[in-house]
Design a protein around this ligand. Sequence first.
Ligand SMILES: [Zn+2]
Ligand SMILES: [Zn+2]
Length: 114
Amino acid sequence: MHREGIDSENVQPEDILCDYCGEATWSQNKPCIEGHQGSIVCGPCLTTAYRELVLLKNEQETTEKCRMCLEHREDPVWLGYINPNAPICKRCVKQAAGTLTKSKLWDWSKPTDP
Ligand SMILES: [Zn+2]
Ligand SMILES: [Zn+2]
């Protein structure tokens, strides 16, 4: 997501924030994956989401749409660290984890132990 109140004609790297922890991703050079409408999940959040949903089966539910795919699906979600909650569905977690693991830009891979 974009930091609130910024000039959308002149977005700076530090204005690009992870939707799930609210921290800057670009300016800190963190791995990240972009979803629809500028939503962003950073590597550390994706690690947590993957662990919770895929490894621990610690599934949460919501009536909100997933921030990444903008769909409300039957899939369980992870709700992130900040309010209002930003859900990411299991399908997006798996997809993003696959993409980020393959990406040569970042040294990130799917967590294997809970
Ligand atoms: Zn994050
Ligand atoms: Zn999704």
